[in-house]
Design a protein around this ligand. Structure first.
Ligand code: SF4
Ligand code: ZN
Ligand code: ZN
Length: 309
């Protein structure tokens, strides 16, 4: 197999793109794909301050690596979720990467913030699926860190596989509000929000894994222990089977949704949020999802301790 750019021996085959590349050409094409996503979606410009949410996994670290190489002003954000060894190892990987590249990183540890509520405690007390509690908490601390740090943009490493799985989940239940908001760029719609962007939304998990491997990025290989039962994984598995039989399906699914479906959902009138009475973040009702969760945890913890709920 030969590289489609330079005819040298290819090391990577990308069936979705009907292409194969040698190592230097793959690295070039990967970076160019990220750059094109940033430019075509007008995600951000040089001079803006980017907060890059990093989990210690391949996607977010590969993205941070590319953004730093492209000369953007980046700061990493690591949110420690309190998920045992997984959190300890992922934290260490992020700090080691930041030190090696000489990049600044902010660390928010949930045990030390807002009442010391880590994901396992919250999930256990509220009997929620860990990923649901985790999602609400991560979103809250990402938004808080971005606004309080004076950043212009919050960048996340969601890749094509994540976006396709999320889209499938949203479509299966026709969640029109979620479909209207599933975009690679979410403008700052509230004073407590900054713009949110996903430069890897058209880049597959396989491509980021190859990039991280070729660049020698040391990332956490183990999945979060809560990932095993997550519905997201079931959707990913289904989509992988589809992709194997029909290469390019995921790309078409996400790309065409962004071109035709998403604008139609976004055009429908929607209720605008209030300000949360407690933290000032957008809320449908008096409290935002995070403050409602914290309140529920307080009630349940009190009930468990035998105090009146
Ligand atoms: S798998 Fe679930 S609990 Fe684990 S980090 Fe992801 S969202 Fe959080
Ligand atoms: Zn080549
Ligand atoms: Zn709130």
């Amino acid at each position: 197999m030969k590289c489609v750019r330079c005819r040298a021996r290819a090391e990577v085959q990308l069936r979705a793109h009907n292409a194969a590349y040698c190592r230097p050409c793959f690295l070039f094409v990967f970076r160019r794909q990220v750059e094109r996503a940033i430019d075509s979606e007008r995600m951000f410009t040089q001079g803006e301050r980017l907060l890059v949410a990093v989990s210690g996994g391949k996607d977010s670290l590969a993205l941070w690596d590319v953004l730093a190489d492209l000369g953007y002003d980046t700061t990493g954000l690591y949110v420690g979720l309190g998920i045992g060894v997984y959190s300890d190892v992922s934290h260490a990987k992020v700090v080691a990467f930041a030190e090696r590249r000489g990049l600044p990183v902010r660390v928010v540890t949930l045990e030390d913030e807002g009442g010391g509520l880590a994901v396992p405690t919250v999930a256990g007390l509220t009997r929620r699926v860990p990923c649901s509690a985790c999602g609400t908490m991560k979103r809250h601390w990402f938004d808080t860190a971005a606004v309080e740090g004076g950043f212009d943009v919050l960048v996340t490493g969601h890749n094509l596989d994540d976006e396709a799985a999320r889209l499938l989940g949203n479509v299966l239940r026709w969640q029109s509000d979620h479909l209207a908001r599933q975009r690679p760029v979410l403008p700052a719609t509230h004073p407590r929000f900054v713009r949110k962007v996903k430069p890897l939304f058209l880049t597959s998990e396989y491509e980021t894994a190859v990039y991280a491997f070729m660049c020698g990025i040391d990332y956490i290989v183990e999945e979060c222990p809560n990932a095993a039962g997550a519905t997201q994984l079931l959707y990913k598995d289904l989509l992988n089977r589809l992709e194997a039989a029909s290469p390019g399906s995921k790309l078409a699914f996400v790309k065409e949704f962004q071109r035709t479906g998403q604008p139609a959902f976004a055009a429908a009138p929607r209720e605008s949020p209030n300000d949360c009475e407690r933290c000032g973040m957008p809320a449908y009702g008096t409290l935002c999802a995070y403050c409602r969760l914290v309140e529920e945890v307080g009630r349940k913890a009190a009930a468990r301790a035998g105090a009146p709920a």
